[in-house]
Design a protein around this ligand. Structure first.
Ligand SMILES: N[C@@H](CCC(=O)N[C@@H](CS)C(=O)NCC(=O)O)C(=O)O
Length: 229
């Protein structure tokens, strides 16, 4: 049995879903639109977070760990350019891990701002949230410099987990009214990378949609449904 617990909007879970599709793996979709109780989440993971993944006897949480497990365990690489063979290349482990960690710091910063906003605190009202938002341009500058040229990703001749997670975090930020303007025009290499990724089947099959309070679901074309259901 292979299964993924995820919320519709989570960028961390979206990246894992994209990797599952890149690897052509079937899985049970345990999708949640709203946040369940602590007890319900704790039954799945002590982190109370998504994504959480099951594969036979393997039970994992933390999206980066799930991504690494999937890349190392499964071999299907049909996409063009192909999905990377591993999350960290031999001889480049520290650089690849640093890029991945930096991308996850970006994801944590924007989802923290987002989660506080929906629980009543705008980033401008809290010093820690302001600092989370202040991190973003610095992280983006550093990541832009790590890409060799327009048309490349973080690894040559393949689509890396790093590429996928960065694209998911950026599209999440753009699709939430959380007051963070990424200023993507300042980042031509990142912009070119995520535009290429958006064209992949795995990305199209796992879209990120607009969300704001009041959205309870989506039409098949992604139009938000506002209501109480
Ligand atoms: N470090 C975690 C972060 C995952 C995360 O922040 N998930 C969010 C959704 S985007 C979540 O589950 N939030 C609910 C909560 O924290 O209670 C990972 O990489 O999996």
């Amino acid at each position: 049995m292979r299964a993924l617990l995820f919320t519709t909007g989570s960028p961390f879970a979206r990246a894992v879903r994209i990797i599952l599709d890149e690897l052509a793996l079937d899985y049970e979709r345990r999708e949640e639109i709203t946040t369940p109780t602590v007890e319900q989440r704790a039954a799945a993971t002590p982190s109370l977070q998504v994504p959480t993944f099951w594969d036979g006897d393997v039970h994992l949480w933390e999206s980066g760990l799930i991504a690494e497990y999937l890349l190392r365990t499964y071999r299907n690489r049909d996409g063009q350019p192909p999905l990377s063979e591993c999350a960290w290349r031999a001889g480049h482990e520290w650089r690849d891990k640093l890029v991945f960690a930096t991308i996850q710091t970006l994801g944590a910063a924007v989802t923290t701002v987002s989660q506080f906003k929906w629980t009543g605190l705008d980033k401008s009202a809290n010093g820690h949230l302001t600092r989370c938002a202040d991190r973003v341009p610095h992280l983006m500058d550093w990541l832009e410099a790590e890409i060799a040229d327009e048309g490349s990703g973080f690894m040559a001749d393949c689509v890396s987990a790093q590429d996928i997670f960065l694209a998911c975090h950026i599209r999440f930020t753009e699709n939430r009214p959380i007051g963070i303007d990424l200023g993507l025009q300042r980042f031509p290499k990142i912009s070119a990378l995520i535009a290429q990724l958006d064209a992949r089947e795995s990305f199209a099959k796992n879209p990120i949609y607009w969300w704001e309070p009041g959205v309870t679901g989506y039409e098949p074309d992604g139009t938000p449904i506002y209501g109480t259901s």
